[in-house]
Design a protein around this ligand. Structure first.
Ligand code: ADP
Length: 260
């Protein structure tokens, strides 16, 4: 890095990034990256300046979801210029530094966290209302060191209905609490599937949003359906074209929560 001191202190008045929010999940595949991406899309639609730091560098999907191609360039003041999505979201992902998108990143926790620290400090983010950090999944040392290294204002925990039963989400919540982080909200993804005539099926079991709220003391920001249109758009790099009430509501709840 440039030797920029990174501290846990946040909220400095001169800081160019107003809110640094990490998105985490107890394990991979629950939709953490998707929630990060779609939260960014909704916030951007509302005219906010948004950046995404794709810290899930063991399986970076943010750049793919937004269809951003190419490598970041050097910015005028010597930092790294982030890529921009069509809608104007600033994105930096490990994917952008790999030779081939399919190259595996076989790194240990400390290497991952130092890469992410560099993404935070060496990227020329400019003025941002929100920097969303897509954390590595799980509760290993990688997400933990990232959480300690960045001046986080809050954490969003993404869960799916069956996760409470397995206690995976509890581990996640305990980790944030141990690190004295603040959970600003919980999101339940893949909560149900809705048929074209409006019938809802809870494919992965009944929702547990109420329990999550009780355990964290944080509000339920979203209850998100399974939607194949969404998966298709993500695979095509066109996530910004997706619009669904449930996601707009999540973003509105998120903004309101931070205001309180
Ligand atoms: P994670 O970041 O937790 O590993 P992802 O966000 O990459 O998970 O999601 C895993 C896969 O599931 C992706 O292909 C994504 O498009 C799909 N997916 C996640 N949530 C939903 C949803 N609500 N509806 C449809 N597909 C989803």
């Amino acid at each position: 890095g440039r030797g920029v001191p990174l501290t846990m202190a946040s909220g400095a008045p001169d800081r160019k990034i107003k809110q640094v929010i990490a998105i985490m999940s107890g394990k991979g595949g629950v939709g953490k990256s998707l929630v990060t991406g779609l939260l960014a899309v909704s916030l951007r639609r509302q005219g906010q300046q948004v950046g995404i730091l794709d810290g899930d560098i063991t399986g970076p999907s943010i750049a793919r979801m937004f269809g951003t191609k190419g490598q970041p360039t050097k910015s005028a003041n010597g930092g790294i210029e982030p890529l921009r999505s069509k809608g104007g979201i600033k994105i930096v992902s490990m994917n952008m530094f790999l030779e081939k998108e399919s190259d595996p990143v076989v790194w240990r926790g400390p290497m991952i966290s130092s890469a992410i620290k560099q993404f935070y400090s060496d990227v020329d983010w400019g003025n941002l209302d929100y920097l969303l950090v897509d954390l590595p999944p799980g509760t290993s040392d990688a997400p933990m060191t990232v959480m300690q290294a960045l001046p986080l204002d809050g954490v969003i925990v993404v869960s799916s209905p069956q996760m409470l039963a397995t206690m995976i989400v509890m581990k996640c919540i305990h980790m944030v609490q141990q690190l004295k982080g603040s959970i600003v909200g919980v999101v339940e993804n893949m909560a149900y599937f809705e048929t074209p005539n409006g019938e809802r099926y809870e494919i992965f079991g009944p929702g547990n949003g109420t329990e999550l709220v009780a355990m964290t003391g944080a509000p339920l920001l979203g209850n998100l359906p399974i939607d194949s249109v969404l998966t298709t758009l993500c695979d095509a790099g066109r996530v910004e074209e997706y619009y669904a009430e449930a996601y707009e509501e999540m973003a509105a709840n998120f903004i309101n929560t931070l205001r309180i």
